[in-house]
Write a protein that binds this ligand. Structure first.
Ligand SMILES: Cc1cc2nc3c(=O)[nH]c(=O)nc-3n(C[C@H](O)[C@H](O)[C@H](O)COP(=O)(O)O)c2cc1C
Length: 188
């Protein structure tokens, strides 16, 4: 698959078949993620891959999120609330949940660099998901349940949970979301 095709066909998917994902496939996703660029090749990421009982523990924590997001979703209408509640109830049945952590650094510039590198690794992973015929959604670790998630993902002391990805074989076809167009300034 061409990179541009993968970029254009990637969507955030929030409903999955229960079919498991082979370990070799997950390994290829992680491998692709690690080829992302990072400041001075620091490779700040660590991947916490949860399947089986570990995935269940993460899903139980994420289910607590529904109550908290309610007030944010209220403004978006009942359809969105229902969709979100269904997703957060069991992470759309995704068989694999991956957390990405990075070692915390005090210098804000270095921390920003590390966050950018983690974002690049995340996107590499998401594009490889498309290549592998899988589907995924990236999520933030909601701050109100962050401590519990850190525990469920077994994030090391001194590290920060940066991102979550749920993935598996998708069973929904969401519409493509329009992209903003007024986003470039060409300087000559
Ligand atoms: C950093 C980040 C955090 C996100 N957090 C959530 C989230 O908490 N819940 C969710 O359902 N989707 C989340 N998403 C997915 C976005 O909603 C999605 O990327 C956006 O609506 C564009 O849709 P698309 O990915 O299908 O193009 C997140 C995406 C990113 C990159």
């Amino acid at each position: 698959m061409e990179v541009f095709d993968a970029i254009r066909s990637r969507r955030s998917i929030r409903a999955f078949e229960s079919r498991p994902v082979d370990r070799e496939v997950i390994d290829r996703l992680i491998d692709a993620a690690t080829y992302a660029p990072s400041r001075m090749n620091s490779q700040p990421w660590h991947f916490h891959v949860c399947t089986g009982d570990a995935r269940k523990r993460v899903a139980e924590v994420m289910a607590m999120n529904t109550a908290y997001v309610q007030e944010y979703l209220d403004v978006l209408g009942p359809e969105v609330i229902e969709y979100a509640a269904r997703f957060y109830a069991d992470l759309g049945s995704a068989p694999v949940v991956i957390g990405i952590s990075a070692i915390r650094v005090d210098d804000p510039t270095a921390w920003l660099d590390d966050a950018i590198a983690v974002g690049a690794a995340l996107e590499n992973l998401l594009l490889t998901v498309v290549e592998e015929g899988l589907a995924a959604c990236s999520l933030t670790a909601p701050h109100w349940i962050r401590d519990r998630l850190v525990e469920a993902f077994e994030v090391a002391d001194g590290s920060e949970l940066m991102a979550l990805i749920v993935l598996g074989y998708g069973c929904e076809i969401p519409r493509e979301k329009e992209r903003h167009t007024d986003i470039v300034t060409y300087l000559t």
